[in-house]
Design a protein around this ligand. Sequence first.
Ligand code: FES
Ligand SMILES: [Fe+2]
Length: 435
Amino acid sequence: MSTVEDWTTHDTTAPAHEPLVIDDQDNQTFRVHRSAMTSAEVHRAEVERVFGHSWLYVGHESEVPKPGDFVRRNLAGRPIFMVRGAKSRDVNVFHNSCTHRGALVCRQDSGNSKVFQCFYHAWSFDSEGKLKGVPDREGYSNGLDFDRLSLAKVARVDSYRGFVFACFDADVVDLPTWLAGAKEYIDLVVDGCGGSVEIIKGTNEYSFDANYKLLIENSADGYHAASTHDTYFKYLVSIGTDLQGGVIGQAVKLGNGHAVIEYSAPWGRPVAKWEPLFGEDAKVEIDRIRAELTERYGAERAHKMCEVNRNLIIYPNLIINDIMAVTVRTMFSPAPNRVDVTAWELAPTDEVPSLRERRLDSFLTFLGPGGFATPDDVEALESCQTGFSSGGVEWNDISRGMGRGPMANDEQQMREFWRRWQQQMGDAADLGGAR
Ligand code: FES
Ligand SMILES: [Fe+2]
């Protein structure tokens, strides 16, 4: 018989014979059991069932433009690296483990290299993963087939509009099917940037004490903006921004756990809505971009690109926030109550330097680890995680907006995420026999 301690790292007792997500359509209520954020056992199952079988964002093709360019990543806790093959020009994604006895073969975060030499016994591999060099090769009998000792590729790799994804499960559905309705929103982001985008060099990396799913919820949570980010709105007012319209919009289900909130908001957008913060001299360039987008995509789509903000959840752990800057961020919980976040800034490839500067400024001002938003959000999420440890309350309520057309400040986008999560996790009854 399992005990509560087997189940959870804190006090939240998992209810017997019930799923962790309760979607009660009859009563229009939606609940998530807090052990989804606190239990070591649920976390172990999540790593296997969710992260072992989902397409996960690895990086962007623009990060490895030339043959031999590479970036090292951590994909759901597993070391991997992405390298542009010298022969194929493909983006290869390898398990970062030497086929000899296991050491990491890529030990730098990024760079360019013809070969990746393992530092342990100096086996070396080329950018296609082929084993090229083995010191004292004659020490091996003819029975050993060196051709079979190439680096192992992650089971599936594919990209959409430059966004590279990989999956550890060879049997997963193809990437376009997986992305479902999210594709249209990636298109809006990329086309809104003129059709060609790049990740600006450099990353924001930070960690804090909360489960990663709290950050997924928070990344597309219109409800918290006014209360949590009061300081930012006061700042906008102080520099002359008109807050009259407020934050107005809707949530859209995109299938397979993906969802988006799209809304108008008082802040400016480098593509292509001017605000006082950008300075007078940016007006001309922003007007030019706007006219170009209207010409190319028509008034309606151009309006969506320029005026409408998007916080896009791509299940299970990618967020694209197309707001006062375009940030791409992934996150993973190495333990139930901890999250590691990596964020990048996406920009049009040929952006003029003055706008690039303002974009980076917007990125840092609001969304960077020391910006107006992130410290507030981290405080809120750590506070939730701490609150869970108090016990006494078993469930989070995520019902907001169930009785009406989903608004951007409702919680439908979170419910979409949780429904898919529950589906992948399966009935918790078989989680280590705890139920
Ligand atoms: S572990 Fe890499 S060469 Fe031995
Ligand atoms: Fe926030």
